[in-house]
Ligand binder design. Sequence first.
Ligand code: ZN
Length: 483
Amino acid sequence: MTHANILKLEKEIRQLKNTLRAKEEELLTLKNEYNKSFNRDTENTNEIPRWAIERYSRQALLLELGSAKEIISKLMKGSVLIVGAGGLGCPAAIYLVGAGVGCIGIVDYDAVEITNLHRQPLHSEVKVGMSKVDSAAIALKQMNSNVKVIPYNLQLDSSNALSIISEYDVILDATDNAVTRYLINDACVLTKKPLVSAAALQLSGQFTVYNYPPRDSTSDDEQIENCPCYRCLFPTPAPPETMGSCSQNGVLGPVPGVMGCLQAIEAIKILLGKTTIAGYLLMVDASDWTFTKVKLRKRNPKCLICSKNATIKKLIDYEQFCNAQASDKDLDLKILSSNERIHPKAFNEEIYLKLSPTMMDSDIKATDTDDVLNNKLSKEIRSDRILIDVRSFGEFDMCNIPSFINYPIDRINFDSLAKVVKEKNVQEVYFICRRGNDSQIATKQLKDKLIHSYKTTTLPTVKDISGGLHEWSKTVDNNFPIY
Ligand SMILES: [Zn+2]
């Protein structure tokens, strides 16, 4: 089969899918109209429609959650806002829509990427490039046409958070960054909404409910004091560089899956007025399956947003407050001037192709102490030109360019490296990383050290490969994976 045949078939499938989607939309509209007229008929009698009893009978039989009719009607009247249509938001939405929660809002401004699919089961290969909220809404409407799904294709920020959040009964934080965490927390406190929060990274996750019951609730004071908000526990944001991200540290798909399901359970319990995990934090470690439930501190009497003496009365600038951006996307840093950088194409033609490629059969290990690592590197540097890949050991292991040695940026001792460069009379050093940010930092740091030790003599060439391996893949080697 030729490539043209594949393209032709793909085009045909796309057209068929569009036709199918249009038909499904038509069916949904008809079903919604039918259910609306059905609900109108039963609204005044307080009766649960027959289809709802049939559909939700299994969960309605849980006596500890209430009577069957109570469970069905409370969920059907309930609404949940899910902020983030990713690894946490997808599984949470699937179960909330399955449970028949009346209205689900989903906020996300990203588009579906191929790297999302291993952990975000509402999205699929054909939806790569589509907005995540549209992709999620299509999948969710197919699951349960009785649920109203409202997609918000936007970035939640201080200008829109209050008006959106105030429309819902329960808020799920299914995001992955500190900026949005503080924003959602403060907005939930100001609008007196319960916040179901979770996080997942690598093989572990965390989960709790904040601000429930909210401060002016009718519940007794002690219960309110025992259930802090996020800001009570973390009054000041952690430095951005200490926050891990899935794109840099990785995550096993089912781990956020588990955490998102836990969020769905708590959202359902809140809608049914049942006791939740508020006041406690559950920590899950999938490497040895420890589930640890720890008691949280009480509300902070000096909390700036939820205490009686709160000074924050409206939403603030959270990017400024956290000194970070509201996304785990990589920024394009501009640390170096253009003559301190080399484009992958130029690097390939002027430097790389002229090398006799040597596989660097490195025996460097993640467990090496810094001294051992530096000694091994010193031995590996045998030519007057060295190529250093500053990504993590795991990333280098996944894919790399032959002849580069792997020296992760957080393990580089720039004093030692500068010493080796001088001792071995190295003339050229090139740094590469995934996107061209860490390589700039490494270049700058090494140059700063070399300037001190060289003083009068000419400095060796130290450059970063601009745009990193992403740009390498686009302009030099299309087979190199972009991740
Ligand atoms: Zn607080």
